[in-house]
Design a protein around this ligand. Sequence first.
Ligand SMILES: Cc1cc2nc3c(=O)[nH]c(=O)nc-3n(C[C@H](O)[C@H](O)[C@H](O)COP(=O)(O)OP(=O)(O)OC[C@H]3O[C@@H](n4cnc5c(N)ncnc54)[C@H](O)[C@@H]3O)c2cc1C
Length: 302
Amino acid sequence: MRSLLIGLSTSKSLERFVLSNPLARRTSRRFVAGEELDDALAAARVCNQAGMTVSLDYLGENVASREDAVRAREMYFGVFDRIAQEKLDANVSLKLTQLGLDFGDDFCAQQTEPIIRHAASLGNFVRLDMEGSSYTQRTVDMTLLLRQKSEAVGTVIQSYLYRSEQDIRDLTAKGCRIRLCKGAYSEAPEVAFPRKEDVDKNFVKLMQILLESGIYHAIATHDPAMIDATKEFVARQKIAKDKFEFQMLYGIRADLQRELVRDGYRMRVYIPYGRDWFPYFMRRLAERPANLIFLARNLFRN
Ligand SMILES: Cc1cc2nc3c(=O)[nH]c(=O)nc-3n(C[C@H](O)[C@H](O)[C@H](O)COP(=O)(O)OP(=O)(O)OC[C@H]3O[C@@H](n4cnc5c(N)ncnc54)[C@H](O)[C@@H]3O)c2cc1C
């Protein structure tokens, strides 16, 4: 079911159908703050007031043309300006394929570098999301390249990939900030652990390597077992609670988000917005079969 839903997330005809359905659009609001930047900023304000920082994600990936990539780049300048104007505690997460990675590494680097420069000029930070494994090496390389010019950029590592420990060692050797997650794409057993228990075991191992590095990293999960393992590890190693942060997705386990804040941990909420919400929405459905029931119930009820 997971692979099927992730496979369908790239179907343009299904995307057209779903985007034109007002009920599906409304249902997507469980995971997506809205279609406009103002929607995301309003959600960010609520999180900030609850003691949480945020990362804004202007949804989009694998753009069809260089023009679309340039439009996305322009959008990000405005996002950082609004964050600064409205004094929000927010950074930005983006996908390199939204900025034209499919049109070549040089083009993508030229697109991304000015965004990072602009973020840095405002004391802010850009997180390069990690996409499917066909992009992993290029994303790691791009992160290292961009970090030569500015430290205001970090990336994401997925515990389901066999290669991740080495990537973490290479990136942390350069002082890079990393978000650790399990991984949201459908990957072959040649590159990724097929069994959840192995993904989880690797997550704990990588979390420990990251948090021992002394660099400010992010542990991104809604899994209570991963969160407990992190809490236990930092307590045992006497790592202060302000030396790392937990991250969770907008609309998922808000109770756990609040609980962690109450217990003195740092929590950042990843807030997606924009019109291209279909692939993101499908990945969220794929993560939890119960979400399909939620979708079906909403469509049926209306
Ligand atoms: C801040 C953040 C950024 C991320 N960035 C990336 C990225 O750049 N690249 C990438 O590949 N992946 C990314 N992910 C997604 C991640 O890889 C996982 O797919 C996702 O977080 C689910 O894994 P989990 O750790 O929550 O554990 P799971 O074992 O999948 O879930 C544990 C529990 O969390 C809850 N839960 C998890 N997902 C959902 C859901 N969709 N709906 C409702 N409840 C849910 C359920 O209670 C579930 O039992 C990100 C995740 C977070 C939190």
